[in-house]
Design a protein around this ligand. Structure first.
Ligand code: PLP
Length: 403
């Protein structure tokens, strides 16, 4: 039998060492729980960084993916298959953006968004309108284009030079935004709730300024909903909650509920600039990926999962705010639905190990923030259990009162 030690040892010898992993090997999951190779159970409040929206080993998803594998997995984009159009149509009714380009990861969805913003201006005979404006603390991905609009120098510096022409403005400074977006800006890209940056929803004044500058200058608005979109907040997209009307939207993560698929969605106006051969992806939107996404959307919309997220999310918020009253070092609770950040007045790293010790999986972002991205199927009872475990982990890591 392969032991935890064997798994870690072979990775150490053969994998590019870019991930600092927790010392656990998972080989099974069910609902909101993961099981390690020793059979220990963990309550999963990360869901593979916001991916496993239907939880683990979801019976309908597993059956549909298995059945699809028996029929046909992949044909490339050289030919038609029955599922891409159906999926695009479903996304269109959810988002109001009628055209989709399918790819395999969030960063690719952002690449497509950035490329077609420039493509649009070229089609308008403005080929020099190539600038991008992004927000400080933004995270949009790791490929060259998306990295160029990602803020953190830690990710950027080793790979410079990046795409030129990107201006960053503070995420809470409407005046700086007004000054930065000009008639040379191809697009402004924003996460309606910054995820990696510390779970920070954009403020209403910033949202109003975004709409205003886009209307004034014509700059396209790209909403990066990879993390906060597709029902995670109890609404289809958080840009809609903020009153934003994106021209382009990047989605991914929960879209395939674990099957890798992402998409860029476009208005007809932007999509009209695309020509055959402009962009592409070998795997993008293959039958397996589309099948997974169709099951996810059926559960989300027809199966009432989005309404469940809104309800259980409100319960989670109440429990987190209560937790904050009992630990003085919690300085803020931020988020919506089932996307929450617990901002501490100190580094959050010790909590990860303490939580693991309690059989709870949480994640840290932006140094001081404990991030929670549970599966959408989490129940109120599981939320209560998680809060109890988190309370115990906080106590174990930092001391202070117990529930
Ligand atoms: N955009 C946002 C807002 C994200 O949170 C992420 C990943 O965390 C990405 C893009 C990149 O997605 P992926 O890791 O699937 O490339």
């Amino acid at each position: 039998m392969t032991t935890t030690t064997d798994v870690i040892a072979i990775e150490k010898d053969h994998l590019l060492q870019v991930y600092r992993r927790g010392p656990v090997v998972f080989d099974r999951g069910r609902g909101c729980r993961l099981f390690d190779t020793n059979g220990r159970s963990y309550l999963d409040l990360i869901s593979g960084v916001g991916v496993a929206a239907l939880g683990h080993a979801h019976p309908r998803l597993a059956a549909a993916v298995g059945a699809q594998a028996q029929e046909l997995l992949h044909t490339s984009n050289l030919f038609f298959h029955p599922l891409q159009g159906e999926l695009a149509a479903r996304l269109s009714s959810l988002s109001g953006l009628p055209r989709a380009f399918f790819c395999n990861s969030g960063t690719e969805a952002v690449e497509a968004s950035l490329k077609f913003a420039r493509r649009y201006w070229r089609s308008q005979s403005q080929p020099t309108r190539t600038g991008y404006v992004a927000l400080e603390h933004a995270f949009h991905g790791r490929t060259m284009g998306s990295l160029s609009v990602t803020w953190d120098d830690h990710y950027r510096a080793p790979f410079a030079p990046l795409v030129p022409g990107v201006t960053f403005v503070p995420a809470d400074d409407p005046a700086a935004l007004r000054a930065a977006v000009t008639e040379g800006t191809a697009a402004l890209i924003v996460e309606p709730i910054q995820g990696e940056g510390g779970v920070r929803p954009l403020g209403a004044d910033m949202a109003a300024a975004i709409s205003e500058v886009c209307a004034r200058t014509g700059a396209l608005l790209i909403a990066d909903e990879v993390q906060c979109g597709l029902g995670r907040t109890g609404r289809p997209f958080y840009s809609e909650v903020l009153g934003l009307k994106p021209d382009i939207m990047a989605i991914g993560k929960s879209l395939g509920a674990g099957v890798p698929i992402a998409a860029a969605l476009f208005t007809d106006r932007v999509a009209a600039s695309a020509s055959f051969g402009d962009h592409g992806s070998t795997y993008g939107g293959n039958l397996l990926a589309c099948r997974g996404a169709l099951v996810f959307l059926e559960e989300l919309v027809d199966g009432g999962l989005m309404a469940h997220v809104a309800k259980v999310g409100a319960h989670m918020e109440a429990r987190l705010r209560d937790l904050a009253t009992r630990h003085a070092y919690i300085r803020a609770i931020r988020g919506a639905g089932l996307m929450w950040g617990i901002d501490l007045d100190r580094p959050a790293a010790p909590i990860l190990e303490a939580a693991l010790g309690q059989g709870l999986l949480v994640n840290r972002t932006a140094e001081t923030v404990i991030r929670l991205l549970p599966p959408y199927i989490i129940t109120a009872a599981e939320v209560d259990e998680a809060i109890g475990l988190l309370d115990a982990a906080l106590h174990a890591a930092f001391g202070g009162p117990r529930t």
